[in-house]
Ligand binder design. Structure first.
Ligand SMILES: [Zn+2]
Ligand SMILES: [Zn+2]
Length: 272
């Protein structure tokens, strides 16, 4: 079976900017021979996992790029996973969930969970206790035989928000995911020679990020891709205001001549 990636959310933190189709906030389901991983976990993602034909009970790996609310509706997902396990006696495998995220965010999440579940002293349940895996500079974690998740710190949100880009190395090829990021070395390293680069384009054509908040314009996407040379690029984290032809033209003008197009929700990509 090939590796399959389903774009469950190619949008941003807000919606209603363009008529249709709407884009949900970030989330990508990766199926590698039945090993299921999410890149980011936006609000209500379990419904879209189901819509894609999967049971979220089997999603045992969740990699969070950073904790902005549009990327990390994690308490809701963990609660749903817990109850999915508790109400399904015959599925102990639903009780497994490894959550990868920047080290500082692992440390901070205990308080978030306690805020949601004070009646349980901030603990999890016997049937379902997620395992948190801190990720940072140089992190490299074996997910399953032949599958390695690597993280690369990136610049985002004035450089004040712990954020990483991910690189998933598999027998079928390498998938890189920018999370939210400005042009930076970490992003280029994550995407270097990737088979598929899922790349944010949070800023529109011609935007000048004088405040140095940290997203990519189409020009920046071109710069990163010229340096990293990924094989296929799919643009995400986008509200839909610029025309696709104009965006692609600008990426070409910045020097990248490889395969690039804009993603839509429920797009499916395969690697063989
Ligand atoms: Zn974002
Ligand atoms: Zn963000």
């Amino acid at each position: 079976m090939p590796l399959k990636i389903i774009a469950l959310g190619t949008g941003v933190c807000s919606n209603g900017f363009c008529s249709f189709p709407e884009r949900y906030p970030p989330g990508f389901l990766i199926d590698i021979d039945g090993v299921l991983m999410l890149f980011d976990c936006s609000e209500g993602i379990r419904y879209r996992v189901q819509q894609a034909g999967y049971d979220y009970g089997y999603v045992q790996h969740v990699a969070i790029s950073h904790s902005h609310p549009d990327h990390a509706a994690l308490p809701q997902f963990l609660q749903a996973k817990s109850c999915r396990r508790i109400f399904a006696d015959d599925h102990p495998e639903f009780g497994v969930c490894d959550v990868y995220m920047p080290t500082e965010l692992v440390n901070g999440f205990a308080d978030v969970w306690r805020w949601h579940v004070p009646e349980n002293e901030g603990q999890y349940w016997r049937e379902f206790t997620p395992r948190f895996v801190p990720m940072g500079e140089g992190s490299s974690v074996g997910i399953a035989p032949g599958i390695i998740l690597k993280s690369f710190p990136v610049y985002h949100a004035f450089g004040k928000h712990p954020s990483v880009a991910y690189r998933l190395e598999t027998p079928y090829g390498v998938i890189a995911y920018s999370g939210d990021s400005a042009v930076c070395d970490g992003l280029i390293e994550a995407a270097r020679n990737a088979t598929l680069f899922i790349c944010e384009q949070g800023f529109g054509l011609g935007y000048n990020d004088v405040m140095k908040y940290g997203h990519l314009t189409p020009t920046n996407v071109g710069e990163v891709c010229v340096a990293a040379e990924p094989e296929h690029v799919r643009l995400v984290h986008y509200i839909g205001l610029d025309r696709e032809e104009e965006v692609i033209k600008e990426i070409r003008r910045a020097g990248f001549q490889g395969d690039v197009s804009r993603a839509m929700d429920m797009d499916v990509w395969t690697l063989e």
